[in-house]
Ligand binder design. Structure first.
Ligand code: SAH
Length: 234
């Protein structure tokens, strides 16, 4: 793939998710906007800007817009999520084909669950070439443990079997997290390609809080490995 992006934006929500970027990016600059620190540098020889957005959709939306204003021409997300598709195990990878806000709910007015009223789209498609690349890098690193699918985002940590089953049955989600769909929406509004990479830290069920605490570091490492593999080929 030779898309030759000039400047690549990378977002993680939590410290664990950007720790390895801090370690491996050769820093050339930094700036602070809206209280968030953005680090500029070279990663595998490519120009990147990355940041820790903080948790939740508003944080991710603001960071995505500011990265775009800083001149990035694609946005990658690296991080962890709760598995929704029953085939997924902890540590497995989801590559977003699209992202949707599962907590957008105007159903009493007749809109579909997740639908943003009066918009042409609310299931924001990831860039097909980025999905393809992320999928093949992931498959090489973690054979048989990669699922391409819909990432569901909401301002809630999902830790219930009933909720997670509904997310699968009603919305056909692959995983659930708290940032992807806001990043995706902002990218869509700006015409910027994106893909979200998520390694499963938990299964969004009754044990999610315990698993999250135990597996977030390893899952973040898995997700970072895919970003690193992708950057070489972008
Ligand atoms: N850092 C805090 C809060 C983490 S919130 C703590 O340590 O307690 C959970 C984060 O991981 C969010 O950024 C979200 O995107 C992701 N995540 C992982 N599992 C999730 C789940 N089951 N439901 C929602 N978000 C999840």
């Amino acid at each position: 793939m030779t898309t030759a992006y000039r400047k690549i934006g990378i977002i993680g929500a939590m410290v664990e998710e950007v720790e390895l970027l801090h370690k491996h990016v050769e820093k050339t600059g930094a700036f602070v906007k809206a209280g968030i620190e953005y680090t500029e540098g070279l990663f595998q020889g490519r120009q990147v800007v990355f940041c820790k957005s903080g948790v939740g959709k508003v944080n991710a939306a603001v960071c995505t817009q500011l990265l775009i204003e800083a001149g990035v021409d694609c946005v990658l997300f690296t991080g962890v999520a709760g598995a929704v598709a029953p085939s997924l195990n902890i540590g497995d990878i989801v590559v977003s084909t699209s992202c949707l806000q599962h907590d957008m709910d105007v159903t009493p007015l007749g809109f579909a669950r997740g639908q943003i009223p009066y918009q042409d789209t609310w299931d924001f498609q990831a860039d097909p070439a980025l999905v393809e690349l992320a999928g093949s890098v992931s498959e090489q690193l973690f054979p048989g443990r990669t699922l391409k699918g819909k990432v569901l985002s909401g301002d809630q940590f999902v830790a219930s079997r009933d909720t997670v089953r509904a997310l699968y049955e009603e919305l056909n989600g692959a995983c659930t997290e708290m940032e992807g769909a806001s990043l995706a929406q902002v990218c869509h509004m700006n015409g910027i390609p994106y893909v979200v990479i998520r390694a499963m830290s938990d299964k969004a069920d009754g044990s999610a809080h315990v698993n999250f605490a135990e597996f977030t570091v390893q899952a973040s490492i898995n997700s970072h490995a895919i970003i690193e593999g992708m950057i070489k080929q972008l």
